[in-house]
Design a binder for this molecule. Structure first.
Ligand code: UT7
Length: 367
């Protein structure tokens, strides 16, 4: 049975930064309160022309560059987002077209902030089954467009950004070693975005009632997160007969510094074993774990051979964790340049659209 290794990683955040002081000009809050209660100092906010797909493409290309893998060699793309571009088509399909992943099946997976853990596990399982060789997993968010900038309970928390992993099959042991996925729909009301679906189709009333904004019972989500995080870490470690002593890093979902602190206490682990960057990005939902991973590699923390636990939680309610033995890129015979495929992809997409248009004209005539 092949192993599923993470061989590429990339992140992208939009340039504009919104500080706590900037938010204090919009709602009644302060830099001190936000830092104290959440650990967040600033977050990045997408510009008007940026979308989950544009952020996701940047992160994906970087991940493919690290893996030295051509987009045309991808078999599968899973995109996970709490702020997808549309209800459909899937953001994954838009990214597939833009990077030129011509043979990949692409779909979106929705598990709120736990999405990246669930998606990485699904990609790893597809590789482990032997049915595919190369997969791309992307977590991408422009949550700033779903946030009510008049609601101080939520607008202080979220930021925009994207992160991506390339997973590849190898006979060498390592990569994704174990994973747990959990859900509890009885807590669905705690964190929602209700408008625009079939229960509340977009209407003047839904807009008036603010149903197109993220709604959250902060205290409830906080309690849930602190309850499940530590337990999920232990559960996934037990699957591979490991303890916290066997791992070098925990890379948690970056929602709130105090939640991470509570998990560290529960696990009796020092905080410096946790990768934390919530101060500079806020909560980027599905993108937070890959962004933290990329930064930890850049800082020289996470290295080849290290064992790490990824752990996340979010709306649904959902939560999950996985143990990964970190691999790094598989040595390749020749260098590929994934970014060059982007130019061809644009041309290819244009030609396919033109052909579809012409076919449409002819088929109308023959009908
Ligand atoms: O990916 C998962 C996404 N969600 C989360 O992870 C959220 C988890 N929850 C949290 O992070 C925290 O619950 C919050 C940061 C949202 C809130 O922190 P808290 O310590 O739970 O505050 P609180 O809601 O208990 O509010 C305490 C006080 C209240 O005032 P009173 O009633 O004690 O007078 C709030 O009205 O702080 C007030 N408050 C604020 N004050 C200044 C609430 N939000 C703010 C604010 N600035 N932004």
């Amino acid at each position: 049975m092949p192993f599923a290794h993470v061989t590429g990683w990339g992140m992208y955040v939009p340039e504009p930064v919104l500080t706590n002081d900037d938010i204090a000009k919009m709602v009644e809050t302060s830099d001190e309160w936000i830092r104290d209660r959440t650990g967040i100092r600033e977050r990045h906010i997408a510009r008007e022309h940026e979308f989950p797909s544009t952020l996701g493409v940047e992160a994906a290309i970087k991940a493919l560059q690290v893996a030295n893998l051509a987009p045309t060699d991808l078999d599968l793309i899973i995109c996970t987002s709490s702020s997808p571009e549309y209800i459909f088509p899937a953001t994954a399909c838009i990214i597939q077209d833009q990077i030129g992943a011509t043979k990949a099946g692409a779909f979106d997976l929705q598990a709120a902030c736990t999405g990246f853990i669930f998606a990485t596990n699904m990609a790893a399982q597809a590789i482990r089954s032997g049915s595919i060789k190369n997969a791309l997993v992307i977590g991408t968010e422009v949550l700033s467009r779903f946030v009510n900038w008049k609601d101080r309970n939520t607008c202080i928390l979220f930021g925009d950004g994207a992160g991506a992993f390339v997973l590849q099959a190898s006979d060498k042991p390592g990569g994704v070693l174990s994973a747990v996925m959990h859900s509890d729909g009885s807590g669905a009301d705690s964190l929602t975005l209700l408008g625009g679906g079939t229960h509340y189709p977009a209407s003047e009333a839904t807009i008036h009632e603010g149903k197109h904004f993220v709604q959250m019972d902060g205290k409830e989500v906080f309690r849930f997160a602190t309850r499940v995080m530590g337990r999920a870490v232990i559960e996934t470690l037990e699957q591979v007969h490991m303890t916290t002593n066997d791992i070098q890093w925990i890379i948690p979902h970056q929602a709130n510094y105090r939640i991470i602190e509570t998990a560290a206490k529960y696990l009796k682990m020092p905080l410096d074993k946790f990768v934390i960057n919530v101060d500079r990005y806020g909560n980027t939902s599905t993108a937070s774990i890959p962004i933290a991973t990329v930064e930890s590699i850049q800082k020289g923390q996470l290295k080849t051979g290290d064992k790490a636990v990824f752990v996340g939680f979010g709306g649904g309610l959902t939560w999950g964790a996985m143990v990964i033995e970190w691999t790094g890129p598989i040595a390749a015979k020749k260098n590929v340049h994934p970014e060059q495929y982007r130019q061809f992809a644009r041309l290819r997409s244009l030609i396919r659209r033109a052909i579809r248009f012409i076919e449409g004209l002819f088929s109308r005539r023959t009908l």
